[in-house]
Write a protein that binds this ligand. Structure first.
Ligand code: NDP
Length: 283
């Protein structure tokens, strides 16, 4: 029998992308789900996909709202516990960037972008987790944060997003160290490039996204292998499977406060490249 049968799971940002892929996987396990996002239509699509994956309507709660709205996240946790009686797993997946398409880079990008990115990717995670902890303590539950490999290397284009994910990684460590005393395990998955709507949500034109996926990330292409040694871009359920693994005490109890990189080798490739540059400097 699945570990998740009868367990209650909140997945933020489940109206699309990785969150949706994760919801579909949980839907096959007998878990009860709260799915959430700002877009009513795409949230409805996730709901339908969960039903198709085998859920019954009474096992899903749909809540529309913005994770940066404190009143909304209070409702998110309260209504989940009111409907299902408990909370076992919190997946802090909602996240975004705000692209600057005017050519500005790094610290030239306005602070308004910084504030919005930090609000979504860091502050909202602190707030939701604060609210969830008393309930997760009762069930000896788990928190899985969806971070990124962006928090590791230098990124001229997306300094604030990278900073936000580095902060989220430290938040994972801080929460894990504190909450394991309450029996709650906290970990994160740090994806590389995953095929989702992320760039469009951040402000990129949709047609350019499709072009990027086919030109840069065409499966098996030389271009793709340069950035992803595995030779293919990840799909939402590649990350969803890791989220379920980290949330399942029977599979991953011994993993506490870790950041699991899931990037098809992108980081080691970049590390190797920087190593080559360094060695050629000394040659
Ligand atoms: P998508 O844009 O496809 O999905 C993002 C989800 O987050 C949507 O459901 C969106 O819902 C929700 N969301 C965004 N902002 C808010 C907000 N303010 N309030 C409530 N919900 C919000 O992107 P991904 O699936 O790719 O992103 C999921 C996570 O994965 C993010 O944390 C991202 O940083 C991380 N990630 C993604 C990578 C990638 O290559 N795709 C790589 C590394 C990390 P709605 O639009 O309905 O509000």
């Amino acid at each position: 029998m699945s570990f998740f049968r009868g367990k209650v799971v909140i997945i933020t940002g489940s109206s699309n992308g990785i969150g949706r892929g994760t919801a579909e996987l949980f839907a096959k396990t007998g878990a009860k789900l709260t799915i959430t996002g700002r877009n009513k239509d795409t949230l409805e699509e996730t709901y339908d996909l969960c039903l198709r994956a085998g859920m019954y309507p009474g096992g899903i709660l749909k809540l529309i709202g913005d994770v940066t709205d404190e009143a909304f996240v209070e409702q998110l946790v309260e209504k989940t516990v009111e409907k299902f009686g408990q909370l076992d797993v919190l997946v802090n997946n909602a996240g975004a960037s705000v692209f600057d398409l005017t050519g500005k880079k790094g610290l030239e990008v306005p602070l308004a972008n910084y504030d919005r990115i930090m609000d979504i990717n860091v502050r909202s995670v602190v707030k939701i987790s604060q609210l969830a902890v008393p309930h997760l303590e009762k069930t000896k539950g788990a928190i899985v944060n969806v971070s990124s490999i962006a928090g590791y290397p230098f990124s001229a284009q997306e300094a604030y997003y990278s900073m936000s994910k580095a902060a989220l990684d430290q938040l994972t460590v801080q929460m894990a160290g504190q909450l394991i005393n309450k029996g709650i395990r906290v970990n994160s998955v740090n994806p590389g490039a995953i095929q989702t709507n992320f760039a469009v949500t951040a402000g990129a034109p949709a047609e350019l996204l499709q072009e990027m996926y086919s030109k840069v990330f065409g499966e098996g292409s030389e271009g793709c292998k340069k950035v992803i040694p595995l030779g293919k871009i990840g799909q939402p359920d590649d990350i969803g499977k890791i989220i379920l693994f980290l949330a399942d005490r029977t599979q991953s109890e011994i993993i506490v406060g870790q950041r699991i990189v899931a990037d098809g080798g992108s980081l080691i490739k970049n590390n190797l490249l920087s190593m080559e540059i360094k060695m050629s400097f000394f040659a």
